[in-house]
Design a protein around this ligand. Structure first.
Ligand code: ADP
Ligand code: MG
Length: 363
C-alpha cells in the first residue's frame, strides 16, 4: 500500500521542445483508484510510464510511499503494470504466465502456486490454469494479464488502456470487474484511458489531461457538474455539452431568440472581468422541447433514439455559429422528425459560462 505523488513532474522527449507531460502535480491517495483521461497524444501513457520508471523524469519528482523514486529502475518501484497488449507468453499456460514474475524473483514453487491459485479464484480463471493463451477468449486473456499483476502484490497497479482490445459489451463487464477487484484488494491504482465513460464509471477521482497539462482532478460528479474550463466541459459527458459563444444581454446570455439566465456568481464574474460575451455551456439533458411555440427555434437534422434515451440534433436558423449543432435530450414522449422545427427551452440554473478567451469557468 502506498500513496503516489507527481511533483512538478515533466517529461521531455529528445528532439521535442514541448514537454509530453508538463509540470504535473497529482497526488493519488493510498488505496485510491485514479483515472487519467484525455485525448490521444495528451501525455497519459507518458505520465504512467514515468511512474513505472520507463520514461525519465526530466524535472520535478515522483514519489511512491513518500520516497523519491525518480531515478530508481522499474524493478525497485514495487509496481505492476497491465498494458493494452497483454503480451502473454504463448508457450506457457495460464498458471505459468501468471507465476512467471514470481519465478524470476525466486519465489518457491509452493508459494507461487498458492498465489496463482488465489489470483485465479479472484479472476474466475481456475478452470483455465492449464490452457495456453491461444485457447482463451479476449476477455480471459485480459484477466490473465490482470492476474500477472495481482500475484506480485505490488504497492501500485498501473493500467494503460487495458480494455481497448475487447468488444463493447465485454468492455462494460470487465470495467465493472476491475473496479470491484480494485476495491477488494485496496491497491493504489493509476488507470489510463481515452474513454471518458470508462473514466467516469471507474475512477474514485479522474484527472483530465490535455497537451501534457493537467486540466482538473476531481470526483466524476464534480467534473460533470463543475468543470473548471471549457475543455473539460466539452470532454466529459456524452453527447458533449453544447458550447458556443454568446453575447451578454440584460437577464443572461443570448442563444438565438432565447435569453439563457446566468447565476449571480457568473454575473459577478462577468462584471468583474468587464466581458460582453461568454462561452455558454448547456448540457443536452437540460434542453427540452417546449410544448408551446415559444423558446429557441431549432431545425431538426438528426434524431437518435437509443431506447432509454433520445437525442435530437439540429441547427438554429440564422445562427452565426451555424456550423455547430445543438443537441437536446427531450424528456417528452413524442420525438420530432428530421426536417421538423421545434422550440427549445433551457432549464433554470443549468447554464455554465466560461471566459471567451481563456476558457476558464466563470462563477
Ligand atoms: N518515445 C517518444 N519519443 C518522442 N515523442 C513521444 C514518444 N512517446 C510519445 N511521444 C509524444 O508525446 C506526446 C504524448 O504521448 P502519449 O503519452 O503517448 O499520449 P497518450 O497516451 O495520451 O495518447 C505525444 O505528442 C507523442 O507524440
Ligand atoms: Mg497512450
Amino acid at each position: 500500500m502506498a500513496e503516489v505523488e507527481y511533483a512538478h513532474a515533466t517529461c521531455l522527449y529528445p528532439g521535442n521542445p514541448v514537454p509530453a507531460v508538463d509540470s504535473l502535480d497529482l497526488k493519488i491517495e493510498d488505496g485510491e483508484f485514479m483515472v487519467l483521461v484525455g485525448p490521444s497524444g495528451s501525455g497519459k501513457s507518458t505520465a504512467l510510464r514515468m511512474l513505472a520508471g520507463l520514461e525519465p523524469v526530466s524535472s520535478g519528482a515522483i514519489r511512491i510511499g513518500g520516497a523519491d523514486v525518480s531515478n530508481k529502475p522499474p524493478k525497485e518501484r514495487d509496481i505492476a503494470m497491465v498494458f493494452q497488449s497483454y503480451a502473454l507468453y504463448p508457450h506457457m499456460n495460464v498458471a505459468e504466465n501468471m507465476g512467471f514474475a514470481l519465478k524470476l524473483a525466486g519465489v518457491s514453487k509452493a508459494d507461487r502456486e498458492a498465489k496463482v491459485v488465489e489470483a485465479a479464484r479472484l479472476l474466475d480463471l481456475e478452470k483455465y490454469l492449464d490452457r495456453k493463451p491461444k485457447a482463451l477468449s479476449g476477455g480471459q486473456r485480459q484477466r490473465v494479464a490482470m492476474g500477472r499483476a495481482i500475484v506480485r502484490n505490488p504497492s501500485v497497479f498501473l493500467m494503460d488502456e487495458p480494455l481497448s482490445n475487447l468488444d463493447a459489451k465485454l468492455r462494460v463487464e470487465t470495467r465493472a470487474n476491475i473496479a470491484a477487484l480494485q476495491a477488494r484488494l485496496g491497491t493504489t491504482t493509476l488507470y489510463v484511458t481515452h474513454d471518458q465513460v470508462e473514466a467516469m464509471t471507474m475512477g474514485h477521482r479522474v484527472a483530465v489531461l490535455k497537451d501534457g497539462l493537467l486540466q482538473q482532478v476531481d470526483s466524476p460528479r464534480t467534473l460533470y457538474d463543475k468543470p473548471d474550463n471549457a475543455f473539460v466541459a466539452g470532454f466529459i459527458g456524452s453527447p458533449a455539452m453544447n458550447l458556443r459563444d454568446a453575447d451578454l444581454v440584460p437577464g443572461g446570455a443570448r442563444l438565438g431568440d432565447l435569453v439563457v439566465p446566468l447565476s449571480a456568481e457568473v454575473v459577478a464574474a462577468v462584471t468583474r472581468d468587464g466581458l460582453s460575451r461568454v462561452t455558454l455551456g448547456v448540457r443536452p439533458e437540460t434542453i427540452d422541447i417546449a410544448e408551446a411555440p415559444t423558446g429557441l427555434l431549432m431545425k431538426v437534422e438528426l434524431v437518435e433514439e437509443l431506447g432509454a434515451d433520445a437525442f435530437v440534433y439540429g441547427s438554429i436558423p440564422g445562427d452565426p455559429d451555424g456550423v455547430r449543432h445543438l443537441v437536446a435530450r427531450p424528456r417528452g414522449g413524442i420525438l420530432p422528425r428530421i426536417g421538423d422545427s421545434v422550440h427549445l427551452t433551457v432549464a433554470a440554473n443549468a447554464a455554465h459560462a466560461f471566459h471567451p478567451d481563456t476558457g476558464l469557468r466563470l462563477g
